[in-house]
Design a protein around this ligand. Structure first.
Ligand SMILES: *Cc1c(COP(=O)(O)O)cnc(C)c1O
Length: 380
């Protein structure tokens, strides 16, 4: 038998233009804190239809900045799903807050607004909606709850850049939205992240926080010829470089195409799964543009899931599992006093049945979705 070509679950696309633009910045005066930071922030904010975007060096830093922006204090509670990457919840702990895990909806694994409502206490400060797999959450329902209880709505949109909900772009759906530019995401800067907001005060706080808590940056001081600066709060070095932001701008021009290509691959899978009984894709609602960071299917049992997982890995398909629920990680199990959790029935059931299939734009060229489908059919 010939070796089957390896199909990873995700993969970046870097063009010669991307490389040329990075090289040109490397030859310029500013490697970091230069003009490309603002330029990237401006085009990103425009694409999301919001007033402000703040670029940082990871999606995790973006989440930490958001928690700082809202002035999260020890004792404050933040309601969020456990079906997410650990960074969503870690960012609450970084600021001394208490993550409160609530269950997700069975059909699409998005935070259940009903469960959010039930978890609200006088200590609740914010809700984090995770657009799991790239499907925007029910932002109308979440907005109504947050307005009624005076809570901040944060969107962890790391899976959903380029998506939309009721015709409104992801990035404009919450008080703060966070993004990641890790290579496995839709667009990349190597490592990188962004926060979008309509709130000028939040934006200013985050710009200070990403730069050690210092109010002016290196370039501003160079421009006004002053050496004086003030550190006004305890911040971090979460700065992203100029060459990364040049790459980000170049990648962003292709985002709409890439999202439509991801949707096309998803529809190839959808057509197959409509007449296949072993695996079922997650539900997709009609009022969203799904960004398809992930294409997630469910098996009938953990045994079936493991069978497909191993069967596909054995055939060189890089299937994956997103996610081990955050509350089930050893750190969270060993620090129960630092968190709160409601009943997570759907979350834990999903963990036993989900499987992530490959999805990335270049799959179209090689007709790779059909190749994945063929290999699924080989499993008996
Ligand atoms: C990728 C991701 C993050 C973290 O982003 P990094 O850039 O890797 O730090 C946070 N939340 C979610 C949902 C993610 O998918």
């Amino acid at each position: 038998m010939t070796e089957q070509a390896y199909i990873p679950y995700g993969r970046q696309a870097i063009s010669d233009e991307d490389i040329a633009t990075v090289v040109s910045v490397l030859k310029s005066d500013w490697l970091t804190t230069g003009p490309n930071i603002n330029a990237f922030e401006e085009v990103f904010a425009a694409q999301c239809g919001v007033g402000y975007a703040v670029a940082v060096n990871s999606g995790t830093a973006a989440l930490h900045c958001a928690m700082y922006a809202i002035n999260l204090q020890p004792g404050d509670e933040v309601i969020l799903p456990s079906m997410t990457f650990a960074a969503t919840s870690n960012s609450v702990l970084y600021q001394g807050g208490t993550p409160v895990f609530v269950d997700v909806l069975e059909g699409n694994l998005l935070i259940d607004p009903e469960q959010v409502l039930q978890a609200i206490t006088p200590q609740t400060k914010a809700v984090v909606a995770v657009d799991y797999a790239g499907h925007p959450c029910d932002y109308d329902a979440l907005r109504a709850i947050c307005d009624q209880h005076n809570l901040v709505l944060i969107s962890d949109a790391c899976h959903a850049v380029g998506g939309s909900y009721n015709g409104r772009p992801v990035g404009s759906l919450a008080d703060l939205s966070t993004f990641s530019f890790h290579p496995v995401k839709h667009m990349t800067t190597g490592e990188g992240g962004m926060i979008t907001t309509e709130n000028e005060e939040y934006a200013q706080r985050m710009r200070t926080f990403r730069n050690h808590g210092i109010t002016t940056d290196h370039r501003q001081r160079a421009e006004n010829g002053s050496w004086y600066y003030e550190m006004v709060d305890l911040g971090y070095n979460y700065r992203i470089t100029d060459f990364q932001c040049a790459l980000g701008q170049s990648q962003l021009t292709k985002l709409p195409l890439w999202v439509s290509q991801r949707q096309e691959i998803a529809s190839q899978y959808d057509v197959f799964f409509a007449n296949y009984s072993g695996l079922t894709p997650l539900q997709k609602l009609g009022n969203v543009q799904h960004a398809y960071h992930l294409y997630v299917v469910r098996a009938d049992s953990i045994q079936q899931r493991d069978l497909y997982f191993e069967g596909l890995r054995n055939q060189n398909v890089g299937v994956n599992l997103h996610y081990i629920p955050v509350h089930m990680h050893p750190f969270y199990k060993n620090n129960k006093q630092r968190i709160k959790q409601e009943k997570l029935t759907n979350t834990e059931a999903a963990y036993s049945s989900i499987l992530t299939l490959p999805i990335y734009p270049d799959m179209l060229t090689g007709n790779s979705a059909h190749e994945v489908i063929t290999r699924i059919q080989n499993i008996k």
